[in-house]
Ligand binder design. Structure first.
Ligand SMILES: Cc1ncc(COP(=O)(O)O)c(C=O)c1O
Length: 378
């Protein structure tokens, strides 16, 4: 298992100054985050227009019309700073989940919150544990704050919670679990998560990153909000970027003990979520019909895409999210490049060199992906 015996990319040591003397060595080693290729960029680089983007796990139905109307109305007042405490948004989230607003913190996307956790709780050199591959921001934040970390390999494409528990040291302050995981779409079930939450030493903060939870339909899929009684130091992260279709507005939130939320607020940027985004997020929470339509489309098309690709002989990891992770059985990068030329943008990962992550789109978009993949792979 992991630790120092592993190659350098699995274990980060506390960081000293880099060779430039300007930044930590860990920051020197970082490459900027690379998201799914934007449609504009594809048009600029390859002259391909009319492409479909199945690369960033966005909602193909777009935002809720109610959220759009609220955002437009909020535009009238953008000469004013937003409510830095996001009072109405936090009240609405608290009511939706049966918690107090003191237990809710808002973020500029959930990404900002994940980073804030590392900044607030690990920046002094505390150790962080996360899985590999998982959401890349956990690693970026650890490196950014010079925090040592252990990246625990997935087992059968899924978080190995026993190995993650074993990777915890007396210096560990944070453990990140993405459930469902990105980029695999796989999940860890209720009994495993419950045991994990009980076994992790009580001074460690467990982060359950549930960016895709609204898409989950497995009977054993855990809702961490119902497991808060199992441990005090638990932060549950959700986002408006996925099923709520507001990725471009950047809103996410976390729920946890008021004491942890208080510390996080001390290091949060004062006006981190815009007034437009706050208004849209409140209206999006109210539009349960849009959420239901988005969920139904995803369940239908995720199952169709998985079945179709499995029938073609590809191994598809069982997904609880709005994307699937497909093992092509050959280097994925050339397939990714060939798909780009055909106007289909998916997502390759250096950590999974034979896999592509494909966002579940509209039926017509998925058809286009299936046809392009057939042409490329024969
Ligand atoms: C597991 C996971 N967590 C968090 C995020 C961040 O999402 P956002 O910052 O848009 O809320 C993503 C985005 O892809 C993700 O996959």
């Amino acid at each position: 298992m992991v630790r120092t015996s592993q190659a350098e990319n699995r274990t980060g040591e506390p960081s000293a100054a880099g060779s430039s003397g300007l930044v930590l060595a860990s920051v020197e080693s970082l490459a900027p985050y690379e998201g799914g290729k934007p449609l504009d960029e594809l048009a600029r680089e390859l002259g391909v227009t009319n492409a479909v983007k199945l690369a960033s796990n966005e909602n193909p139905l777009g935002p809720s019309p109610k959220a759009l109307a609220a955002a437009r109305a909020a535009l009238e007042e953008v000469h004013l700073y937003p409510d830095g405490a996001a009072y109405r948004l936090r009240e609405r989230i608290a009511a939706a989940h049966g918690v107090t607003s003191a237990e809710v913190i808002h973020g500029n996307g959930s990404n900002e919150l994940l980073d804030l956790f590392a900044k607030a709780f690990a920046a002094g050199g505390h150790h962080i544990v996360f899985a590999e591959p998982s959401f890349v921001v956990y690693r970026i934040s650890a490196l950014a704050y010079g925090a040592p970390f252990t990246a625990v390999p997935l087992r059968a494409m899924t978080h190995d919670l026993s190995a993650m528990t074993a990777a915890i040291t007396p210096d560990t302050r944070l453990v990140f679990i993405a459930n469902p995981n990105n980029p695999t779409g796989t999940h860890v079930g209720l009994s495993e998560v419950s045991r994990f939450l009980c076994e992790v030493p009580e001074d460690v903060i467990v982060v359950m990153d549930e960016a895709y939870i609204e898409y989950a339909d497995a009977p054993d899929f855990p809702d961490s909000l119902k497991l808060r009684g199992l441990r005090e130091r638990l932060l549950i992260v959700r986002t408006f970027s996925k099923i709520y279709g507001l990725a471009g507005l950047r809103v996410g939130y976390a729920i946890g003990p008021a004491k942890l939320v208080d510390y996080l607020n001390r290091v949060r940027a004062p006006f981190n979520v815009s007034a437009v985004a706050q208004a849209a997020a409140i209206a999006a929470l109210d539009d349960t019909l849009h959420v239901e339509r988005s969920r139904a489309l995803n369940l239908r098309e995720r199952s169709r895409l998985s079945t179709e690709l499995s029938a073609r002989g590809f191994a598809v990891a069982p997904s609880q999210a709005n994307f699937i992770c497909v093992d092509l059985g050959c280097p994925a990068r050339p397939v990714y490049d060939a798909l780009l030329k055909k106007g289909v943008i998916v997502r390759p990962f250096a950590s999974l060199p034979q896999h592509l992550r494909i966002t579940v789109g509209m039926e017509s978009e998925n058809d286009r992906l299936l046809a392009a993949l057939k042409e490329v792979l024969g």
